[in-house]
Ligand binder design. Structure first.
Ligand code: SF4
Ligand code: SF4
Ligand code: FES
Length: 331
């Protein structure tokens, strides 16, 4: 493969032809913030936190999807880039609950001195189903002096995973994973327009009535914790989720002959969630319902449930959670 040469922040860089600008930046240790980009998915350019300045270009360009060209002059640190990234992060932080974004994103937000409070306190959360029933072209203004938000009750429809769209940044990763990039089920898509845009099942039916096959591949790619294992959700609600106390053990799924790799996240001698390595050339982080959720048989403790985690997860299996005390409202 032939090489091209370009400059990044004044320094010459050589990369294989076909590389993205982001690839070129990362090849010389100049990481850029990303939210909607994931190496296993087709770039959709929705978040724009990765924008850079290209000399001669009328607008800033998304580095995650723009192919690097020979002779390009790129600036990742100009005032225009800095202000744009700051503004994008602030718009997101003022309207979405970003409390569970990853550490690198948090660091970038500190780097750009993101201050979402300057848009005012957040408007109250929507009533159950409120955002889902909004009609395109009928946007309502938030209360005076408040910042409009996507806050709404968590959707808990089954025992496998929850959808907390108050944490959704509309990055499209779940839509891509459910659709053409992995699962080809197309159970979820974007509905609505403008600020009322949201991820929805067909006709907003509950997940159990939708086309969803519960592969959980959407959970595996969600960058904000909007999609989450029910077990993790319940443990967080009970203030028992402790990543520092968890071990991750790689094993091979025992259900069929494909041989998908599983990463078992174990806390307090219990599997609390299952992920799959993204760098695996067979699955690229994707699984089916059996590999993702079919682990109860290895840990059915029956009446031997003795730890707080056992109690919480046993109550999930029985359809309750801590007697319902800590669970956020559902629709
Ligand atoms: S669990 Fe699988 S099928 Fe269901 S919405 Fe997520 S990606 Fe689509
Ligand atoms: S639910 Fe998660 S993956 Fe899907 S669009 Fe929202 S933030 Fe992105
Ligand atoms: S990461 Fe490039 S547009 Fe979102």
């Amino acid at each position: 493969m032939s090489e091209i040469r370009l400059s990044i922040d004044g320094a010459g860089v050589a990369v294989p032809e076909g590389s993205s600008i982001l690839d070129a930046c990362r090849s010389v240790g100049k990481d850029q913030p990303t939210l909607c980009y994931l190496e296993t998915l087709t770039p959709v350019n929705t978040c724009r936190v990765c924008v850079v300045e290209v000399t001669g270009s009328r607008t800033l360009v998304p580095s995650c999807s723009r192919t690097a060209e020979d002779g390009m002059e790129i600036s990742t640190e100009s005032e225009n880039v800095r202000q744009t990234r700051k503004m994008v992060f602030e718009f997101l932080a003022s309207s979405v609950d970003l409390s569970l974004v990853d550490a690198p994103t948090r660091t970038w937000m500190e780097h750009y001195e993101v201050d979402a409070t300057r848009y005012g306190p957040p408007a109250p959360a929507a009533a159950p189903g409120g955002r889902d029933s909004r009609r395109a072209g009928h946007h309502r203004l938030p209360g005076l002096g408040t910042a409009e938000t996507v806050h709404q009750p968590v959707k808990v429809h089954d025992e496998l995973y929850v959808r907390d769209y108050g944490k959704c940044i509309l990055c499209y990763r779940c839509v891509e994973a459910c659709g053409p990039d992995a699962q080809n089920t197309f159970a979820i898509q974007l509905a609505g327009r403008g600020f009322d845009a949201r991820i929805s099942t067909e006709f907003d039916v509950v997940l159990t009535d939708s086309a969803c096959v519960y592969c959980g591949n959407c959970i595996g790619v969600c960058p904000t914790g909007a999609l989450m294992f029910r077990s993790e959700f319940e443990l967080r609600a009970a203030d028992l989720w402790d990543e520092g106390a968890q071990t991750v053990t790689r094993t091979v799924c025992s259900f069929c002959g494909v041989g998908c790799n599983l990463d078992l996240h174990v806390q307090d001698n219990r599997i609390v969630k299952v992920t799959s390595p993204r760098d695996h050339s067979i699955t690229w982080g994707n699984l089916c319902i059996k590999g993702r959720f079919g682990y109860e048989y290895v840990q059915d403790l029956g009446d031997l449930a003795t730890t707080p985690i056992d109690v919480v997860l046993a109550s999930v299996r029985e359809g309750g959670a801590n007697g319902g005390r800590n669970r956020p409202p559902t629709r």
